[in-house]
Design a protein around this ligand. Structure first.
Ligand code: 4NP
Length: 162
């Protein structure tokens, strides 16, 4: 494992402005609550929004939950990410396939669908809310929070029932 055994978790979506910023924010909050020392970041497979703030609708849904994500800036997934992070989580099946396709031969990260960590939601996608409405962003936040709680349980060796 890289990072001297310290987990390092990267959330990846397509644009890094809607879903993965919320997954990052929800997990940061749950990890902090649990007192876990984990490196956390997010990225996109695409480069269209590099340097941009999260989508305003993502910022709004996070803010409603008391989390300010305006310090996040979109970046594209790099080859180094596959070695630097111990876990890379994808939002949907196409996203997972794209991430795996680009993996360098010496990748060390485990690569999986994010909802696979949530008991009963294995194989589920976090749908892209970009062309949707506020309710789609609320669903994304809910999924991101469920995944964050389950992942904290997994990485701290506890099982969570939510
Ligand atoms: P995300 O959503 O992958 O959740 O950040 C998207 C944002 C932008 C685009 C697609 C998805 N886009 O095509 O620009």
């Amino acid at each position: 494992m890289s990072n001297n055994g310290r987990p390092a978790v990267l959330f990846v979506c397509l644009g890094n402005i809607c879903r993965s910023p919320l997954a990052e924010a929800a997990f940061r909050r749950e990890a902090r609550k649990a007192g876990l020392d984990i490196e956390i970041d997010s990225a996109g497979t695409g480069d269209w929004h590099v340097g941009s703030l999260p989508d305003e609708r993502s910022q709004a849904v996070a803010m409603e939950a008391g989390v300010d994500i305006s310090d996040q800036r979109a970046r594209q997934l790099t080859q180094d990410d596959y070695r630097r992070f111990t876990h890379i989580f994808a939002m949907d099946a196409q996203n997972l396939a794209d991430i795996k396709d680009r993996a360098p031969a010496d990748a060390t990260a485990s690569i999986a669908l994010l909802m696979d960590v949530v008991p009963g939601r294995e194989g589920a996608s976090i749908a892209d809310p970009y062309h949707g409405g506020e309710e789609n962003f609320a669903d994304t936040w809910e999924d991101a929070t469920a995944a964050a709680k389950a992942l904290v349980g997994k990485l701290s060796g506890r099982t969570v029932s939510e």
